[in-house]
Write a protein that binds this ligand. Structure first.
Ligand SMILES: *Cc1c(COP(=O)(O)O)cnc(C)c1O
Length: 380
């Protein structure tokens, strides 16, 4: 019964060769800008493409400021530092995410707390978040104290899984009420909306990634967005070795990071950003086709964009309802040249995070066993 699915995907991509899960497309001004960048000799830490990218990106997502970084993990790391997360603090996130979310929290010496996701968004559930806070926390001197661990919950990092917006406005309201800083992991959701506002712009800070598998890529790269001028300046400072601008002196006023995006990568990225709308349109068209295809497959549900939102459909996903059939679906598709891949293992089950505090994780467990990503490249 999965044969029809293989045929359908081969038709979409017009090939009988191996079909990867997601490959980048370089069909715009990439070579032109890269050549220009090389000829300018400014391939490294300063250059006009970094500046252009930051301006264009901020405009595109509707944020006041954007600061380019070397990758998405670095963008998250700096965002959490700017949200005042310190060693031994706690940060709430979801167990279904890519490891980078938890790594960034851990680099500071802070600890993740895992709260359940919603079934319809695969992202952090505002209801579960509120339940966790009411059961475990109290506000003392305008900070959120965890009564169970005695520590301070400084930040919350929801993630917009595969480009589907989580209920970020509700989450924002809960975070405000509990004095918790909201930092969005929008690595996967560039161009997605919740209530007509773009993901990544609800939080105090938002982080995006331009890794090779993301909707647009700079090879490797990331960006921090914020509406707060002070935070934006601080982000630039911290990601560029905390050097005080001077014509010749090297004076650094704190321990900074070499987290800047090279101009060479920014040149590629400026060209990719020009194509974002076309890429999103292609992915949304593909989603409609998949929706129709899977409506006639009894055991498999296609993951559609949640209500009140508009998805970039970065990675297309299905839910194999009967757990027993998941591996058979993975096996059959991969054997027949169509790459598919299960969603991540739950973070709280990994060695490094297995002693972290968790809320009830019923939905996360259900989805972990059933969600599979299918061919998602932009169709050309
Ligand atoms: C891709 C990704 C990141 C950042 O990854 P980098 O490879 O460091 O750019 C962070 N969080 C999530 C959820 C991601 O998918």
């Amino acid at each position: 019964m999965y044969k029809d699915i293989i045929e359908f995907i081969q038709n979409v991509y017009n090939t009988k060769e191996f079909i990867p899960l997601h490959e980048p497309r370089f069909i715009g001004n990439e070579k032109k800008y890269l050549n220009d960048c090389i000829e300018s000799t400014f391939v490294s830490s300063v250059g006009k493409y970094v500046d252009t990218f930051e301006l264009e990106f901020a405009k595109k997502v509707g944020a006041k400021y954007a600061v380019a970084t070397v990758n998405g993990t670095a963008a998250l790391h700096i965002s959490l530092i700017l949200a005042d997360v310190k060693r031994d603090d706690e940060v709430i996130t979801q167990p279904l995410t890519f490891i980078a979310t938890c790594n960034a929290i851990s680099y500071i010496g802070a600890k993740p707390i895992f709260v359940d996701v919603d079934l319809d968004t695969i992202g952090l559930s505002p209801k579960s978040l509120e339940e966790f806070l009411k059961a475990n926390c109290e506000i003392i001197d305008s900070t959120c104290k965890n009564k169970t661990t005695g520590k301070t919950i400084k930040a919350c990092v929801p993630m917009h899984t595969f480009g589907h917006a989580c209920k970020i406005q509700e989450i924002q309201e809960i975070c405000d009420e509990w004095h918790i800083a909201l930092v969005e992991d929008a690595a996967e959701s560039l161009g997605s909306y919740y209530n007509n506002k773009q993901t990544g712009t609800f939080g105090k800070l938002g982080a995006f990634s331009f890794n090779g598998n993301k909707i647009i890529t700079s090879g490797g790269g990331g960006v921090i967005v914020t509406d707060d001028e002070k935070l934006a300046k601080k982000a630039k400072h911290l990601t560029t070795t905390a050097k005080i601008p001077h014509k010749w002196e090297y004076v650094h006023d704190e321990i900074g990071f070499n987290y800047r995006m090279p101009n060479l990568n920014a040149a590629l990225l400026v060209a990719q950003l020009e194509q974002l709308d076309t890429f999103i349109k292609s992915k949304r068209d593909l989603a409609l086709k998949y929706e129709e295809l899977f409506s006639s497959v009894v055991d498999i549900d296609f993951v559609k964009e949640p209500s009140n939102s508009k998805s970039n459909y970065w990675l297309q996903a299905v839910i194999v309802k009967d757990v027993k059939n998941r591996d058979e679906f993975l096996d059959f598709t991969n054997k027949n040249g169509v790459m598919t891949r299960p969603i991540w293992k739950l973070m709280n089950e990994l060695e490094m995070f297995k002693d972290c505090q968790c809320g009830g994780l019923k939905n996360s467990k259900y989805l972990e066993q059933r969600v599979v990503n299918i061919s998602s490249s932009v169709v050309i």
